[in-house]
Design a protein around this ligand. Structure first.
Ligand SMILES: [Zn+2]
Length: 303
């Protein structure tokens, strides 16, 4: 644990989740009738902005025709006023509004801060509902309950809860250098920390060791948690770790990794500044960027 590790983007959304209200049907009903209740509309997976400025989320009153009849997910309270995500089918924005694709907006670096954190949590819930309309046990249709925090199957009685998929992402250091890799699926020249899904039966540290060996051929010494980031594309939790190795030679997993390099701190600094022509740095909003900056500035790591 590194107590000075930075908080990645998309974390610490300012809403009070008010989870105790989710299983209180009378309270949920009463909140929907409040004049200060607002919903954040998603057309499929695209977020409504009021205008074109990222700081103006498209919060909409519940009696607005845009959200009337839409399924609502209770996100929590903002100064005691209820907040929802509204799941819309149509993609035509109301007058003055714009629907945006959030991944592009977040990676551009223009959409961040508290609003992006709130919208990201909402999007992860929308993504879950949109892909879990049928019961995983019996295949019948399920219905939203608990303000959107559960789906129930009337046919077999199964209950289904929102899902988060754990992913490990690791900054590997060796004697003042850090390993950066270009995935075969990355856009041109983008180098980043390697990452992979945690598999059933693994703890976080085991997943980090396995991925490092599989993708780069590196055997690790210490592994430690640094920070984490919810990443709603569609519903992951990126668990950022730092690890050390004494191995220098890479053995690349050809199907995944096109190239890997060791950079010292000066190299990382130059890459982040855009001064290495054939290496594009991870985007600022992604946790890989947070891990690199934290390592560069001594907030995480051992060397
Ligand atoms: Zn069922």
């Amino acid at each position: 644990m590194f107590e000075n590790a930075s908080r990645p983007d998309l974390t610490y959304a300012p809403l009070d989740r008010a989870a105790h209200l989710r299983d209180d049907p009378a309270a949920l009903d009463a909140m929907r009738g409040r004049p200060d209740a607002r919903a954040l509309p998603f057309a499929k997976r695209d977020l409504l902005l009021n205008g074109e400025r990222y700081e103006r989320l498209g919060w909409t009153a519940l009696d607005d025709p845009l959200v009337t009849g839409a399924e609502l997910i209770f996100l929590g309270l903002e100064d005691s006023a209820p907040r929802y995500a509204a799941m819309l089918e149509e993609t035509e924005a109301p007058a003055g509004g714009t629907f945006i694709e959030m991944r592009t907006a977040i990676l551009s670096g223009d959409f961040g801060g508290e609003n992006a954190a709130t919208a990201s949590g909402a999007l992860a819930m929308v993504n879950w509902h949109r892909t879990h309309g049928r019961c995983a046990r019996c295949g019948e249709a399920t219905a939203m309950t608990q303000g959107g925090w559960r789906r129930d199957c009337a046919a077999c009685g199964a209950t289904h809860f929102p899902r988060t998929d754990p992913v490990v992402i690791m900054m590997i250091e060796r004697d003042g250098h850090c390993a950066l890799a270009r995935n075969v699926n990355f856009p041109d020249n983008l180098f980043s920390c390697i990452a992979g899904f945690v598999e059933p039966g693994e703890c976080v540290e085991e997943a980090v060791r396995r991925e490092s060996f599989e993708e780069l051929g590196l055997t690790l010494g210490r592994v430690a948690y640094a920070s984490s980031q919810p990443w709603p594309f569609p519903m992951s939790l990126m668990m950022g770790c730092i690890a050390e190795t004494t191995d220098e030679a890479f053995t690349l997993e050809a199907a995944e990794i096109a190239e890997a390099r060791w950079l010292d701190r000066d190299g990382v600094r130059r890459m982040l500044a855009g001064d290495i022509p054939d290496m594009m740095a991870p985007r600022k909003a992604a946790i890989a960027g947070t891990l690199l900056r934290d390592w560069l500035e001594g907030r995480i790591g051992w060397t």
